[in-house]
Design a protein around this ligand. Structure first.
Ligand code: DGL
Length: 269
């Protein structure tokens, strides 16, 4: 049973656009509805209860848009809240988590860095994936491995403001990324969907490291292409963008991040 209903994509803010653009590239004919909870961000510095309550609101909004699948384009929301929605809703729900396995597979120095929010790094879901990945590396890689976790408060706010390369951004990166370079880290996981928009700035602090953005892998998941999600339509899909606290400044940031000066941002509530 195919359906031309849209796919709903959510994040605490505009970071999820890094996932949305990968989905758009992977499945060009699907209609997308993107919901950014900008007015209530960041999620990553808030409690699990706060995040769960906000997710109830954002998911309800997307369900009212008749979505046929949900993408949690937010590592923090996936870590804290995805399980409850999967237990309750029968539609496909796709999440994103820090790409620890690919980083451990590719490292030559044995040192990898994970940039993510505080809440992601403290979560049980991340602890589990980290543990499994290290166990795998211990038997599969010829060298000892070290995973350096770096919570990065303040970084997502830079992206939300449309600030990608200012002195303020670099001050934060001196704190978060320079120590990884000192530890000889050669693979850095962008474990928050906002960080791919800072890749250029991050690379200046870790010029020899590979930055891993998990978004393309998420977008290529068979669950998105299969499960009868393919639309009968052959025309390019459309995108609609919503945010809590939608205003002209946020619309301007959306236009920059989506690389389209014509897109509009509508209020979510
Ligand atoms: N973009 C979100 C993530 O991938 C979190 C940003 C935040 O709200 O703290 O974790």
């Amino acid at each position: 049973m195919s359906s031309n209903r849209p796919i709903g994509i959510l994040d605490s803010g505009f970071g999820g656009l890094s996932v949305a653009r990968a989905i758009r590239a992977a499945i060009p004919n699907e209609d997308l509805v993107f919901a950014a909870d900008c007015a209530y961000a960041p999620y990553g510095d808030n409690s699990s209860e706060y995040i769960q309550a906000r997710l109830e609101h954002v998911v309800s909004f997307l369900l009212a848009q008749q979505v046929k699948a949900l993408v949690f384009a937010c590592n923090t929301a996936t870590a804290v809240g995805i399980r409850a929605f999967r237990a309750r809703l029968s539609m496909p729900i796709i999440g994103i988590e820090p790409a620890v396995f690919p980083a451990l597979r590719h490292t030559r120095t044995g040192h990898i860095g994970i940039l993510a929010t505080c809440r992601t790094i403290e979560s049980q879901k991340y602890a589990d994936v980290r543990h499994r990945a290290i166990e795998w590396a211990e038997v599969s890689r010829p060298m000892p491995v070290t995973v350096w976790d770096v919570p990065c408060p303040g970084l997502m706010e830079c992206v939300e403001r449309g600030d990608f390369d200012s002195a303020n951004v670099h001050e934060l990166l001196v704190r978060y990324v320079d120590p990884l370079t000192a530890h000889n880290v050669d693979e850095i996981v962008l474990g928050c969907t906002h960080y791919p928009f800072l890749a250029h700035a991050i690379a200046k602090h870790a010029p020899k490291a590979t930055l891993i953005d998990p978004a393309p892998a998420v977008a290529q998941q068979r669950r998105l292409a299969a499960l009868d999600l393919a639309t009968p339509q052959t025309a390019p899909g459309t995108e609609r963008f919503f945010a809590s606290g939608a205003d002209a400044a946020r619309e301007a940031v959306l236009r920059t991040l989506w690389s389209d000066p014509r897109v509009r941002l509508y209020e979510m509530d």
